[in-house]
Design a protein. Structure first.
Length: 94
């Protein structure tokens, strides 16, 4: 069964995120603005996104929610993340 693809940035939501495919993810602030975009390999989704929570080793200030888009490969996820970063210019991808 596929996991969630979006939700608030908290332990419960992260534990329910789809982890079975590579993915590109957006971390959003309270206004819904994309403040960070990343790509992650299959099986590492929950672990990587947890790092961006407050108190995490790569915490994103003001992070409130996450949006996940699964991809067939990590290479595809990275290409997608590059396009999103170029388009949206997220604050913490600088």
């Amino acid at each position: 069964m596929a996991g969630k693809k979006a939700g608030n940035l908290n332990k419960t939501t992260i534990a329910e995120l789809a982890n079975d495919k590579a993915a590109v993810y957006k971390i959003k602030n309270a206004k819904g603005d994309n403040v960070y975009t990343g790509a992650v390999a299959r099986g590492k989704v929950q672990e990587q996104i947890a790092k961006h929570m407050r108190g995490g080793e790569e915490a994103i200030p003001g992070a409130k929610s996450v949006q996940l888009t699964q991809k067939a490969t990590v290479a595809e996820a990275r290409k997608s993340a590059e396009r999103i970063i170029k388009r949206d210019k997220p604050k913490y991808n600088e």
